[in-house]
Design a protein around this ligand. Structure first.
Ligand code: PLP
Length: 372
């Protein structure tokens, strides 16, 4: 089931990335006979972002893990290669998921490759355009339900229990197995764990998976320290900050518009075991941070990815990192996960980015417009 790429036909000895299951297989539930379903996901860039840090959190050494570089443009591909591989191994014919958008795009792609029928339930009118386009063109059967994500998740959970349909949401343990490889990549790249791991939190699968990954590497002695997990929700969808579910979650960051996170307890455990925190930021702060990240680091993430960046700015102004810097005797290393590509949600980007300036088609007009 592997896709042959031009790279895999090269005759040089350059090592070729063949997807995260191949690379990290000894940490994953696969055997030599497992039919791996891969789009060669993982191995995403970890980008040093000093200009962005200078503006939002000058006391930290900031790295952005750009998960938008995965094949369908989000971190979901890490979990989906595992979940669909295991479903394929078990002979599944139909798979289902509820989604705020990215899970559906990823599930549709991996099911298309494996030849599994893919059904996705999305909240009606609450999905970014790019994600919907992906799921549709990749052949998923897309049902827009008259309810929110939490309603969709409840339905797919029930149907996957009562019918021969594989569940592809992050309650599927193979999803988390795949996603924990993000933590391995960060440690392999840095040569150590970061001091802080910043991440958006919606259904709370990803923070849970990263924490698992760090603990596994630590248990093996591959890293000496563990990061503090700092998760951020949108203020209108912040059940883990409020301490209770939110029945009508609202935020511009549709990917994390979730009021009853399925992995909420595990996220709180990751927070507490690591000595971190889970906080929230407003939509205004999210949109500002999204624009700052794009303009000051070149990394264009969708709005949800800006929640932790806005969170870093908030913590920085309360001297949280200044204190860590004093304790460590150096700037703390912070990795923030840019979970999905900005092009997933073009409408928001166009609203934030503003209109182009129209000029006459001659040199003088262009020079005048750019102030030369
Ligand atoms: C881009 C993006 N960021 C963050 C999240 C939240 O991840 P989790 O639900 O695992 O907390 C999602 C979930 O859909 C997402 O699509």
């Amino acid at each position: 089931m592997e896709v042959l790429t031009h790279n895999s036909q090269l005759t040089t000895n350059t090592p070729v990335w063949r997807g995260l299951i191949h690379h990290y297989r000894r940490y994953l539930s696969v055997t030599d006979s497992t039919p791996v379903v891969t789009l060669h996901e993982g191995n995403t860039p970890l980008i040093h972002a000093p200009r962005l840090a200078e503006v939002i959190a000058p006391d930290v050494e900031l790295y952005l893990k750009f998960e938008g570089a995965n094949p369908t443009g989000s971190f979901k591909d890490r979990g989906m290669t595992m979940a669909v591989t295991k479903a394929h191994e078990a002979g599944a014919k139909v798979a289902i998921c509820a989604s705020t958008g990215n899970t559906s795009a990823s599930a549709a792609a991996y099911c298309a490759l494996a030849g599994i029928r893919c059904v996705v339930l999305l909240p009606q009118n609450a999905i970014a355009l790019g994600k919907l386009a992906q799921a549709l063109i990749q052949g998923a059967e897309v049902l827009a339900i008259e309810g929110n994500f939490d309603d969709a998740l409840r339905i797919v959970l029930e149907l996957s229990k009562t019918h021969p349909i594989s569940l592809l949401n992050s309650l599927n343990p193979y999803r988390l197995e795949g996603q924990k490889t993000g933590a391995f990549e960060i440690c392999d790249y840095l040569g150590h764990a970061p001091d802080f791991h910043a991440i958006p939190v919606g259904n709370a699968g990803n923070i849970t998976a990263y924490w698992q990954g760090y603990k596994e590497y630590h248990g093996e002695g591959r890293i000496d320290t563990l990061p503090k997990m700092i998760g951020f929700q949108a203020a209108g969808a912040a059940p883990l900050v409020l301490g209770h579910g939110v029945d009508k979650p609202e935020t511009v960051a549709t990917a994390i518009r979730i009021g009853h996170p399925a992995r909420g307890d595990e996220a709180l455990a990751a927070r507490d075991e690591s000595g971190g925190l889970i906080d929230c930021v407003s939509d205004e702060e999210i949109l500002r941070a999204q624009k700052q990240a794009a303009a000051l680091s070149g990394v264009f993430g969708e709005p949800a990815c800006a929640a932790p960046l806005a969170g870093l700015a908030k913590l920085s102004s309360s001297k949280y990192f200044a204190r860590a810097r004093e304790e460590l005797g150096r700037k703390p290393v912070v990795v923030s996960i840019v979970t999905g590509h900005g092009l997933k949600d073009p409408n928001i980007a166009i609203q934030s980015g503003g209109e182009p300036t129209v000029v006459a088609a001659n040199n003088a007009a262009v020079l005048r417009a750019i102030g030369f």
